[in-house]
Design a protein around this ligand. Structure first.
Ligand SMILES: *[C@@H]1O[C@H](CO)[C@@H](O)[C@H](O)[C@H]1NC(C)=O
Ligand SMILES: *[C@@H]1O[C@H](CO)[C@@H](O)[C@H](O)[C@H]1NC(C)=O
Ligand SMILES: *[C@@H]1O[C@H](CO)[C@@H](O)[C@H](O)[C@H]1NC(C)=O
Ligand SMILES: *[C@@H]1O[C@H](CO)[C@@H](O)[C@H](O)[C@H]1NC(C)=O
Ligand SMILES: *[C@@H]1O[C@H](CO)[C@@H](O)[C@H](O)[C@H]1NC(C)=O
Length: 239
């Protein structure tokens, strides 16, 4: 698959970007380089499963583990230091096809995220960006957000991890939310969209983007406690 070629390109790019780190750091407080082996920096949008109005701007640092699998750490936007707010797994269409129907419902397609210009690689030369997007357009992501930093829970991560999805069409996201992102990174989503208009997007495989078909899936804490000596033990340790 094409990802092998892309991996080679990316490695050479990373070397170049590394030498530019001090320069880019002045522009982007969160930089291009994440943990070891991180090859791609992506900004895109998520929303809480079950609530398309809960818009989140997500910064992904992704490592390529195989032709079928990438893993990404997700950080919030525009703070220094950046907060770790989630995880995204990205798989090839070939891998997605092997999943059963229930599992598929947890995944979102990247078709529209790529063709819309929502998914960007700030600072990546356009020819490399295009080659990476040619691969990503056919992939699927499963994403969990562990910190709703955007909801004012911004000193301590409160609550339980949440399933998020990706946008799949026009008018699902607030235009100003995209504008804000564009201003932050100095990009133009409309121009990026136009630059990708010849990109071949394979059809979305059945089962992804389940929310579009009315499925409302959220993670939650399952509490099967029947009895607890919690207060008693608190007293015991306090004395
Ligand atoms: C934190 O986020 C959770 C989940 O979004 C919300 O229910 C809760 O009210 C928030 N708490 C604070 C202190 O903002
Ligand atoms: C973004 O690009 C589009 C299409 O190239 C152009 O019409 C528009 O004026 C640009 N917007 C900004 C804010 O530069
Ligand atoms: C779980 O259930 C127990 C028993 O009802 C309760 O005391 C406890 O606070 C619950 N924990 C959470 C995190 O909801
Ligand atoms: C345990 O402690 C909490 C917090 O002080 C209190 O609200 C609750 O009523 C206590 N439960 C029992 C069973 O004593
Ligand atoms: C824990 O300590 C508080 C305060 O000393 C006391 O009121 C309460 O009864 C104790 N709870 C238990 C379960 O022993």
């Amino acid at each position: 698959m094409a990802t092998a070629i892309i991996r080679a390109w990316i490695l050479s790019m990373i070397l170049q970007i590394t030498t530019l780190t001090s320069l880019t750091a002045a522009v982007l407080p969160f930089g291009h380089l994440g943990p070891e082996n991180t090859a791609i920096f992506l900004n895109g949008f998520h929303f809480l499963s079950g609530d398309t109005t809960a818009e989140i701007s997500a910064n992904h640092w992704c490592a390529i583990l195989s032709d079928d699998f990438l893993q990404c750490v997700v950080y919030n936007t525009a703070t220094t230091p950046s907060r770790l707010v989630g995880i995204e797994y990205i798989i090839s269409p070939k891998a997605f096809e092997c999943l059963d129907f229930e599992e598929r419902q947890l995944w979102h397609s990247h078709q529209y995220e790529v063709t819309s210009g929502f998914l960007i690689e700030p600072g990546m030369p356009s020819s490399v960006d295009y080659a990476i997007m040619e691969v990503l357009v056919g992939t699927y992501g499963k994403t969990v957000h562990t910190w709703r930093y955007d909801q004012g829970n911004n000193s301590i991560p409160i609550g339980v991890p949440e399933l998020v999805m990706g946008y799949t069409g026009e008018s699902q996201i607030t235009p100003d939310f995209v504008k804000e992102r564009d201003e932050l990174f100095g990009v133009n989503t409309t121009a990026i969209r136009e630059s990708r208009k010849n990109l071949v997007a394979p059809p979305v495989i059945e089962g992804a983007d389940s929310w579009k078909y009315g499925y409302v899936l959220t993670y939650g804490l399952v509490n099967t406690t029947t009895d607890t000596a919690f207060n008693q033990s608190m007293n015991a340790t306090a004395t």
